[in-house]
Structure formats: C-alpha cells, structure tokens
Design a protein around this ligand. Structure first.
Ligand code: CVU
Length: 476
C-alpha cells in the first residue's frame, strides 16, 4: 500500500535584536537541522522548511506564506533560544495549522521561555497549539511528535473529502444516519446521496470478461463454497460486477469513502454487498494493489467517518464489525459482521495470496434470500485500537476501545464461530476494559479499528476538533 507522506512545515524563531539573532544563527540552524533529520527518519514525513530563520515581522509573514503555498498539513514552530512571541503570532496568521510548538533542550539559552511565551500569545487569540519539549534524537520525543502529526494531518485530510451514501437509513438504524450539514461544518466533508439502483444498472453493464476475471481470481486464491442455491458462480460474478460498478461510480463522482445500505433491498432482490465492501476496504483487488477505500455497510455514516479517521491516522485498512457476542466464560468479545471485514485482517498482510489462503467465500444465510458470498475469515492476532464516533444529544463523542485480537487455535475459532454465525468473519477480542463498563458506555452496534496502538492519535484528533472522548481501558 502506498503511503502518502505527511507534509510538515517548520519555522524556527529567533531573537528580535539583529545582533543577538546573528550571534546565535548557526546554533539555531543546527537545532532546526536536527529536528528535520529526526522527522524525515520516521519515513512518514516530508518536511518543508521556511527559507529563513525568523527574527523580524516581515520574515514571519514570509515564512508563513511559504508554508501556506507549500500546502503543509501541520506547522511546527521551533524554539531553541529566546524568541520574540509576536513573530510566532504573525507567522500563525499564514502558516497552516494545527500547530506544534517544539522546544529544544538548550539550557544556556531561554528556549523554553520562548516556547511558553509564544504558546500563551497564541492562546490569547484563541489558537491552542500542542507543546513538546526534548531532544529530537530521543525516540520517545519524536514518537510523541509523530502521534500529533498523524492526528493533525487526519484533521486536514478529511477537509474537502466526499462521502457517498448508497441508499438511506437501513433497518431503522438511527445511529447509522448522520447529518450532512454537521459533517460539512465540523469536518469539511461533503455528502453525496446515490440510489442503490445505480449500482444495479451499472453492474448489469459490466462485461463478462471482467466478471470472470474477478471470480477466477477469488476461486484461485480463496476457498469458495458453492451450494448451487445461495452461492453459484453466477451470483459471485454479480458481486464482482457490483464491485466494478461501485468503483466506476466512486471515480466518476470523486468519492473518497462510501457506505452501502444493502439491507433489505439488495439482499432481498439482487445480491449481498459483502464482496464489494470487503475488497473496497482492502489494499488490493483482482486488478492489483490499490489504496483502501473505506466502505461501511448499512450506510453507517458515523461508522464510515470513524474508519476514515483511522485510515488517515494509521494508513492501513480499517475493520468494520458488529459487536456481536460476548463469550462470558472465556472473556472474549466476538466482533462479527457479514460484509465489511477487509480480507487484510485474515493475515495482516498487503499480499492478497497470504490473506486469501485464510478466507472462505461462504453462501449467505436465510437473512439474505438474493444470495451471494459472505467473506469469512478470522482476524489475525495483535494489539488493536477500536473506536466509534457517535452523536449524543447532537454532539460528537469518541469512544476509544483499546485491546487485543486473540491468538486461538483454528479448531477453537471454528467452534466459537459455529455457535454464532459460521459464514461471517470474526475477530475475537480481549478488551482492556471489562465487559460491564463496555456495555454501559459503548454507543452503538458497530465498531471500527486498526492494528496497533493509536489511542494517543485519537485523543489528539478529538482535542483538535473539540470532541469529547472517553477511553474504555488504560492507555498502554
Ligand atoms: C442479519 C442482520 O440483518 C445483520 O445485518 C445485523 O445483525 C447487523 O449487521 C446490524 O448491524
């Protein structure tokens, strides 16, 4: 999967007395060099430096404009000596936020004083920057910087995105239907409404060659169980055609992420959306590797939004699941949903051959008379961060649920799945919190997440957006 580097601007400030500035210039530059090197070494960041160290107002303005023109996603204001705070304020009028005030360790000069004076000045005018202090070579310090940058770039990457909702509120699910005006106002996301019929019309026009290519690839790499009724080669090809149709619409309408109603119209009359949803979320399909396109089932808008935030923060595929069952005796939460588990989760690999070996395309059950394949697998073990953005009394609240996907013997996973829903994918999770706390606080039926520890990034995201958050479990 191709990672888009996060574009970060840096402005280093100085003393407003020219003779002091000149005296300390080489040292100041050296501190900037060290920070730039450490940022670039993360492999996630492209640094844009202002052309000059800022010691007078005209240079503050010039530096800010340079970063604005370079379309940076975050600006770091860098302090190693005493810096006159109005220079930061003036640069902030042009340099794109969010802002991180970075303090270098340089005890012989009042760098920390400069940082705090600038922070206070910004806050007086309603701009609330993050502050980090330390040696750029310290992995813990640069780790903190990176977490902030991931969250800040996610805030900016959402801006101007388009969400396509195929069909309306599914099966009476209030939590799936959000308000487009609120999305635009709070996140800068435009919502496009598309009729599911458009998918059917376009799917019918997808060539036999394209259908066959998808079906044969799936048959070759995964285990396909045809039952002659709910799942036949023809129905699987119909799901492939719907995927191709969805891709066509996504490109044509310039959509960044999507949701499909699916139930009951498509699942009663045409085919389930499972193959479409899983492979949109995957970093590949039968045509090759691609960027994952977040796809929520049941047109769950806030679910899709949570996933899109995760995608920008972690730059990996994102899981969508139902909170399905709790095995009390084993303390295992079963996350399971028919459609949207990307096959990436089966093997945690970007290589489809690795993951699809562990995937079975199962005939759908009685809920879905039109038939189709459910994309069944078990999520690979590992530390995960799950979360959900939900509206409570009109306001967004983020519930963050850290935990672990468990390593269980294959036969035990099959046994657990049989007791729940054999044909659907499962992720067996051990929560950091206890089940009672989870049930009392979790805001809806769907949950989303990625491998890795991203709690701090989500917290930064919420702070930047003024969203209330709660963490169910400790931050590890
Ligand atoms: C079979 C049901 O209609 C499921 O689709 C339902 O349990 C859900 O997935 C709800 O999120």
């Amino acid at each position: 999967m191709k990672m888009r580097k996060r574009r970060v601007g840096i402005i280093t400030f100085s003393d407003g007395r020219e003779f002091v500035h000149k005296e300390l210039l080489e040292m100041n530059k050296h501190f900037e060099d060290r920070l730039v090197k450490a940022l670039e070494e993360t492999g996630e960041i492209e640094v844009i430096r202002a052309s000059e160290i800022v010691w007078k107002p005209s240079l503050a303005k010039k530096a800010g404009i340079e970063l604005l023109k370079a379309q940076v996603e975050v600006t770091i204001f860098n302090y190693a000596i005493w810096c006159w705070p109005h220079l930061t304020v003036m640069a902030s009028l042009f340099a794109p936020g969010p802002y991180l005030l970075y303090g270098q360790i340089n005890p012989k000069y009042p760098g920390m004083v400069g940082l705090l004076a600038a922070a206070g000045a910004l806050e007086q005018i309603g701009v609330f920057p993050e502050r980090i202090w330390g040696e750029p070579e310290n992995p813990e310090v640069i780790g903190k910087v990176l977490k902030f940058i991931r969250a800040a770039s996610a805030v900016n990457r959402l801006k101007g995105e388009r969400y396509g909702t195929f069909g309306g509120r599914p099966m009476g699910m209030y939590t799936a239907a959000a308000n487009g005006d609120q999305w635009l106002k709070e996140f800068g996301i435009d919502v496009e409404q598309i009729d599911q019929y458009e998918l059917v019309i376009r799917a019918e026009k997808i060539s036999g060659e394209k259908r066959r290519k998808g079906r044969e690839w799936l048959e070759k790499l995964a285990n396909v169980i045809y039952d002659g009724k709910q799942l036949t080669p023809e129905i699987l090809e119909r799901q492939v055609a719907m995927y191709e149709a969805a891709m066509e619409i996504i490109r044509e309408y310039e959509l960044d992420f999507v949701g499909f109603k699916g139930q009951p119209e498509m699942t009663n009359n045409y085919a389930t959306m499972d193959v479409v949803e899983a492979f949109l979320n995957d970093p590949y399909d039968w045509n090759g590797s691609k960027e994952p396109i977040v796809a929520a089932t049941e047109t769950d808008m806030d679910g899709a939004l949570t996933m899109e935030i995760f995608k920008h923060i972690a730059q990996t595929p994102v899981l969508f699941a139902d909170v399905r069952h709790y095995f009390e005796d084993k303390d295992i939460l079963d996350l399971c949903n028919s459609g949207t588990h990307a096959t990436y989760f089966a093997g945690k690999s970007f290589d489809p051959e690795v993951n699809l070996k562990k995937v079975t395309l199962y005939p759908e059950s009685f809920y879905f008379p039109a038939g189709g394949a459910a994309v069944k697998h078990f999520a690979a073990p590992g530390r995960v961060t799950m979360a959900r953005l939900a509206r409570q009394n009109g306001k967004y609240v983020m519930t963050i649920v850290p935990g672990e996907f468990l390593e269980l013997p294959e036969n035990e996973m099959e046994k657990l799945a049989k007791d729940v829903q054999i044909e659907w994918p499962h992720a067996y999770m051990k929560l950091d919190t206890d089940m009672e706390t989870f049930l009392r606080n979790y805001p809806c039926n769907h949950i989303h997440g990625v491998y890795g520890d991203y709690t701090e990034e989500l917290v930064h995201f919420c702070r930047l957006k003024g969203i209330e958050y709660r963490i169910l479990g400790s931050q590890k």
